[in-house]
Design a protein around this ligand. Structure first.
Ligand SMILES: [Zn+2]
Ligand SMILES: [Zn+2]
Length: 332
């Protein structure tokens, strides 16, 4: 008897579907790629042909130039050499998708990166019961339990109010996190202009073009110091401590990342105000999702695999760690 899921082949450079000669999130340029979302560790340039959601393709074009892209809308079904393929929302960043594969009466869901909590910038995670769930485990340790989003952002607003002469400088990755911080602040009723580093402009514009309301954004560069007092400014994490930030009015340095749970990471970046804000499932979201989907097997990738594999076995779910290379960089 054939082994469950043996028609997909997880390799260090990506998940390969031999029957259709196509890869999922390959780390090297390939002939045909399915791409779950636009983060650089999943979406690379240089593929001959790409299948992805229209939003992910737009992000890839903004980053890598024109793509030979085949847009696949959420829920649309395509067939490649007998494999049925669908993209369903993963709730991670704009356009992010889980890839649902059906073949030989088996259903495999490749989660890509995902989260379960609300995010005003993207469609919510859609649970799809399956035989094999290929899950990420970026925050796959019981110590990772993300706090409420708005509680974290309340800290930011409180620091701003308490320090009218200063500004709050928030480090946030350019794709997803920056727009989510802005959008959540808008949901909380913060209507002041938000100032952004030039490196965030293009993807913020793209989100707005795709229908995400970010309110009034202004460039943070070339603005008089006095205008920036009492303001929120966003920049990529790399700019938090560089020369650019020295011309700001005594910034309170913040960073929005799931890794801010780890004090040492906050210290490394001289972060005064760590904001634990993640676009990945935390431990409870990972385990609750597995219980909800009731897969026969769980394949774990992308992070701290061991604890989640162990948890699955304790809960009578077959599980194994996959050995995919090269993830994490801009994912937090
Ligand atoms: Zn990732
Ligand atoms: Zn990601």
């Amino acid at each position: 008897m054939a082994k469950l899921g043996d028609w997909i082949d997880p390799r260090p450079t990506g998940i390969y579907l031999p029957a259709a000669d196509i890869w999922i999130d390959p780390s090297q340029p390939v002939r045909r790629a399915l791409v779950t979302h636009g983060h650089a560790d999943h979406a690379r340039g240089g593929h001959e042909a790409v299948w992805a959601t229209p939003q992910t393709l737009a992000i890839m074009e903004a980053r890598y130039g024109p793509q030979n892209g085949n847009p696949v809308a959420y829920g649309e079904r395509i067939t490649m050499h007998g494999i049925d393929i669908r993209f369903v929302p993963a709730g991670h960043v704009l356009g992010s998708a889980q890839i649902v594969l059906e073949h030989r009466g088996e259903r495999i869901v490749v989660s890509g990166d995902y989260k379960r909590r609300e995010d005003p910038t993207c469609a919510p995670f859609e649970p799809v019961p399956c035989d094999v769930f290929v899950t990420e485990a970026t925050f796959g340790l019981p110590v990772f339990r993300h706090p409420e989003t708005h509680d974290e952002l309340d800290k930011l607003l409180a620091a701003l109010r308490a320090n009218p002469e200063r500004c709050v400088l928030v480090g946030a990755y350019a794709l997803g996190k920056a727009q989510r911080v802005i959008s959540e602040l808008r949901v909380m009723g913060f209507d002041d202009p938000i100032y952004i580093h030039g490196a965030l402009q293009r993807l913020c514009d793209l989100y707005v073009e795709q229908g995400v309301d970010l309110g009034e954004l202004r460039p943070a560069t070339g603005v008089a110091k006095a205008e920036l007092q009492g303001r929120i400014i966003l920049c990529p994490p790399g700019a938090l401590n560089d020369r650019w930030s020295r011309r700001l009015p005594d910034p309170i340095t913040a960073m929005a990342s799931g890794w801010m749970r780890v004090r040492q990471r906050a210290r490394q970046r001289n972060v005064e105000l760590p904001l634990i804000l993640s676009d990945h499932a935390d431990w409870d979201e990972l385990t609750c999702t597995i219980l909800e989907l009731e897969p026969r097997e769980v394949w774990v990738t992308h992070g701290r695999e061991d604890a989640l594999v162990h948890w699955c076995r304790l809960h009578q779910v077959k599980a194994r760690a996959l050995d995919l290379a090269g993830f994490e960089d801009e994912d937090d």
